[in-house]
Every structure is written in C-alpha cells, then in structure tokens.
Design a protein around this ligand. Structure first.
Ligand code: ATP
Length: 314
C-alpha cells in the first residue's frame, strides 16, 4: 500500500466508525470525539498549514494515542485530497495523490523496548512515514526541546507538529488544540487535536480499526515509557486462584473486537493474536514483569486516572 491507499483505508475505517449505530455510550462519545478532531484538522489546521509540502510534521513514537491520531490524520489527508481534486477540472481518478510519504519525527530519548522499536519500523512502512529518528547516542543525552531543535535544523520548512497528547496526560489539562511552543522551546506550532479523547475512546476506535497495535499493549501495558521505568499496569494483574477476591476486569470493547473493520474482506482478519507486532524475545521477561504475574491486555483498563500506573517515577 502506498500513502494514497493507506490514507483511503484510514478514511474508510473512520467513516465506518462514524456510521456505527450500535449505541453504547462509549461509541457515541468516540464518534463525537472523532468529529471534533476532524474539524480541527480539516477546518483549522489544513487551512493554515499545507499538509502536503512539509510544513506539518507528525510526532510518532508508536504509542496508542499517536496511532489513533495518525489514523485520523491520514483519513483527513485523503479527504483533503478528494475535496481539492473535485475542484479541479480533471476527474479525481486521473489525479495523483500529492505525497508519497508523511514527514514524521521520533525522538529516541529513553532506552526503549525492542518490541516498540520493531513496531515503529513496521508501522513506518505500513503508513508510509518518512521517519526522522534522533540519533540514540545524542537523543538520550539531551532534552526533548534540544532534540526538536536538531530536527528543525534538518527540516527548517516545518512550521507545525502534530502531537497525540490528551488532556488527561500529565500537564495536559491546560493545553490547547493549536498553540505555539513555550519560550524555552524551538519555535513551531503544536497541533494537539486529540486533547478531548478519553482512554475508552482511544481503545474503542483502535480496536475497531483492526490495525496492528504494539504488542506491549496485548501484555498489560497501558502507556509506554522507557524500558527502565515502565511495567505492565498493576491494576491489570491476574490475581492467583487462591485469591477469592479475584475479579476479572470488565471488557468494554467486545463489540468493537467482534465487529472490527475488515474492508469488505471475509473472514475478518482478527488482529488480536495475529497482529504484525509481536513481543520481541528481548522483552519476553518483561511481559511477566512482576514475578510470575500475568496481565490482562491494556484495553481492559478505561480509567484515565490509572492509565499511567505502570509508569514508574524516574
Ligand atoms: P502511550 O501513553 O500509550 O504511550 P502515546 O505515546 O501515543 O501513548 P504519550 O506518551 O502520552 O502518548 O505522548 C503524547 C504524544 O507525544 C504522542 O502521541 C506523540 O505524538 C508525542 N511523543 C511522545 N514521546 C515522543 C517521542 N519520543 N518522539 C516523538 N513524539 C513523541
């Protein structure tokens, strides 16, 4: 799949989700969240910065939030192309999609899980990302601001960067969808069209999309930081059988998983279990992190306040 095809796929996924009339409150809330993100991207962002000439870059670290934003961003890129193509005197089918790769930036700041590194590489291919990756030995010894300063030296045409941050993230509460960087940061505009998304919205859309997700989430991670300071979420630990109090957490997304998007193909390629992302051998011991404890998958947790319980203090 080229960027054109994968953007069209993301558009179809998004449209299918918006048409769902299986009315759980999470799905309705997520549909509204998608509408608002689409509005930010199409009406406020793509009208101010061109998404096709390198003015906008996308910050990507393989995490679930930036993956959701990436799916929606590509979906809007497809819409942007179709709308402009329709305005032209030539029929849309005779027009070439205006880009081949999406400018993307990954700052390799902490020592990361091999599984996550593999996932970033696999998804860079899948979504046609032209990934700028900060050099390990440099990125790990400098601040995020300095790492972005280096990035901008190489890509000075960048005016704005899309970021998958949410209001419930640390320091996320006061952020705005479009805002300039702080004075101690290099100068660019932060595009944050996912602020209003709750954890439950992220999982509902991602599980429905049937897109591969990082295998660490399958093994109980709910937010992924560096290898030395992230463990599976303790609230998802499967208690041992002797424990009479043992209660499995509720799965809120059974419907999304059963009815996930399959692009008209049959039978559905059930992503969970057949994900292109697998747990790397180097990370296997981490999957049973706390002694021999096993964990429910990350999507069994929807309480935003507990999302980072597996992120240890540095
Ligand atoms: P998760 O919380 O499950 O790890 P996530 O990584 O997408 O998901 P955050 O860790 O909250 O979410 O980060 C917020 C956003 O900041 C990301 O979606 C991404 O756009 C950006 N970001 C964070 N770390 C990096 C990084 N090292 N390189 C590039 N972008 C990053």
């Amino acid at each position: 799949m080229g960027l054109s095809e994968v953007s069209e796929l993301c558009y179809k996924i998004t449209e299918s989700y918006l048409k769902l009339n299986h009315e759980t409150s999470i799905i309705i809330e997520t549909q509204n969240a998608i509408r608002l993100t689409r509005h930010y991207l199409l009406d406020d962002i793509f009208t101010r910065w061109s998404p096709i000439n390198g003015e906008i870059s996308f910050s990507y670290n393989g995490g679930k939030d930036c993956q959701v934003l990436l799916l929606l961003y590509l979906s809007c890129l497809w819409e942007f192309f179709i709308v402009n193509a329709k305005r032209s005197q030539f029929e849309a089918k005779y027009q070439k999609f205006p880009m081949e790769q999406l400018p993307t930036v990954f700052i390799d700041q902490d020592e990361t899980f091999t599984t996550l590194e593999n996932f970033i590489l696999e998804t860079s291919k899948r979504y046609n990302l032209s990934l700028y990756e900060s050099k390990k030995e440099v990125g790990r010894n400098q601040s995020m601001a300095d790492a972005f300063r280096d990035f901008l030296k190489i890509y000075p045409e960048t005016k704005a960067i899309a970021i998958g941050v949410r209001s419930t993230d640390p320091y996320g509460e006061l952020l705005k969808p479009i805002q300039k960087t702080d004075s101690n940061w290099p100068n660019f505009t932060r595009l944050q069209p996912l602020l209003h998304w709750k954890l439950a919205n992220i999982w509902s859309f991602l599980l429905f999309s049937n897109e591969p997700i990082c295998a660490l989430y399958v093994h109980g991670f709910t937010s992924i930081g560096g290898i030395k300071n992230t463990i599976p979420n303790p609230y998802l630990a499967v208690q041992n059988k002797e424990n009479k109090e043992n209660k499995a957490p509720k799965l809120y997304f059974e419907w999304e998983i059963k009815n996930s998007f399959n692009n008209g193909e049959s039978p559905t390629n059930k992503r969970i279990g057949t994900s292109v992302s697998y747990l790397d051998k180097a990370d296997e011991k981490i999957s049973i992190g706390l002694g021999q404890t096993k964990f429910f998958p990350g999507w069994y947790l929807i309480d935003d306040a507990l999302e980072r319980a597996g992120r240890l203090k540095k």
